[in-house]
Design a protein around this ligand. Structure first.
Ligand code: CS2
Ligand code: MG
Length: 402
């Protein structure tokens, strides 16, 4: 079998997505998600200019060799843009491989370790009461795990809280919005938030929270310790992961489980975190972490250290990534939980999917490959529209992490 062509489809059905479509001489084609929120055109160009020409003529079943061609083979390795392109190529090749074997992708990743995938919802409100109300709505939908984010008293904007009743989409049209931040207001508020949420829902619901990279290690250690009575399923991105050893301080002061890595893009971002057991969940998704070929290795390394998966699954990762991830989650032993922010209806004018939500779990069907398709005509109706993630300044104007 040979790759005869490949194309990058950039579209914006409600938000921007980048999809790689690889076609073969035997009529099979595969899809890969290459979406990198706010940097879509960079990945599309990297694929078009530097990857697709080198793909033509190769056997798509040689996933290991092709992965290394685009990782070891290139001089300028790693990084979000490069690895989103590598991930998309890898996802599309595995899609082709499974389709050619006329089997669902999970079957060639180890088969079924489970029939359903535990997912968590997002609940966010402008204040504490609004957040509790929104969490109640997600519980009524059947979710057994809910991520809690709230507006912070005294701050206009904060991460994770949607404007009005619109679904949460952090990227805004045009150049970045400037948010302002105050760590002490945040640290003083969050324990009270979880005391009230845990009181409202009891112990039956898993509660998660995303710090979104905004604490120093000692601030994160304080927060993790103060949240211990509320038995969080995980505290996410408590500190920026650039300094892996920064997580040691949190571990020394708290047993609140830690999840990190949605902004990581290779196993090298995790080596200290995993081998020193500084984390409990890996978040690096297929679409940004090197695809199936790489994440199988990362998940295997994590399983040696009692670490589970909890992959990123925001709406700025496409249905192609989510479907491929559900196959991956179905097959591996150390699956933990999957983030699930349902895409807006308009997205499904372009992407047809093979997964369904029922009572707190996602289920995939047995269609061959990843089981998702893209309607290129529908995609053409929604041209790319530049949108950027916000930036964040401390209240004194100092540039900070968003
Ligand atoms: C978040 C994301 O889903 C999450 O855990 O961290 O909302 C993240 O901010 C966006 O994916 C960035 O594009
Ligand atoms: Mg996050």
């Amino acid at each position: 079998m040979k790759i005869i062509s490949a194309k990058v489809i950039v579209c914006c059905p409600g938000r921007n997505f980048v999809t790689l479509k690889i076609s073969t001489d035997q009529g099979f084609y595969g899809l890969g998600d290459a979406t990198l929120n706010g940097r879509e055109k960079a990945v599309a160009t990297y694929l078009d200019e530097y990857c697709i020409p080198a793909l033509i003529g190769r056997d798509p079943r040689n996933t290991e060799d092709i992965w290394h061609y685009f990782y070891r083979g290139v001089y300028w390795k790693r990084g979000a843009v490069t690895m989103a392109a590598v991930s998309a190529i890898d996802m599309a090749l595995w899609d082709i491989k499974a389709k050619a074997l006329n089997t669902p992708l999970y079957n060639i990743l180890g088969g079924k370790s489970r029939d359903r995938i535990l997912v968590y919802a997002h609940a966010n409100g402008k204040n504490l009461d609004d957040t509790i109300e929104k969490a109640g709505l997600e519980k009524e939908k059947g979710f057994r795990a809910i991520r809690i984010q709230s507006g912070i008293p005294g701050l206009d904007h904060t991460y994770g809280v949607s404007e009005g009743n619109k679904p949460y989409e952090p990227a805004q049209q045009g150049l970045p919005r400037e948010d302002s931040w105050d760590t002490s207001k945040y640290l003083n508020f969050v324990p009270e938030l979880f005391a009230k949420v845990r009181k409202a829902f009891g112990e039956e619901i898993h509660l998660l929270h995303d710090v979104h990279h905004r604490c120093t290690p000692v601030e994160a250690a304080r927060l993790a310790r103060e949240l211990e009575p509320f038995h969080l399923f995980w505290l996410e991105d408590p500190v920026t992961g650039e300094l892996q050893e920064g997580l040691r301080l949190i571990r020394q002061h708290s047993v609140t489980p830690v999840a990190i890595g949605e902004v990581f893009n290779s196993i090298y971002d995790y080596t200290t975190l995993i081998t020193e057991q500084l984390i409990d969940y890996i978040r690096m998704p297929l679409v940004h972490g090197g695809g199936i070929t790489h994440l199988m290795k990362v998940a295997a390394m994590a399983s040696v250290y009692h670490i589970h998966t909890g992959f990123h699954g925001a709406t700025d990762l496409s249905p192609v990534n989510l479907a491929a991830t559900l196959h991956f989650n179905t097959a591996i032993n150390n699956f933990g939980i999957q983030e699930y922010m349902p895409h807006q209806e308009i997205v499904h004018e372009v992407f047809t999917v093979n997964y369904q939500f029922r009572q707190g779990y996602l289920y995939i069907d047995d269609s061959p490959g990843i089981g998702v398709d893209i309607d290129e005509k529908a995609a053409a109706k929604y041209p790319y529209s530049m949108a950027c993630l916000p930036v964040n300044r401390k209240s004194d104007g100092t540039m900070f992490y968003w």
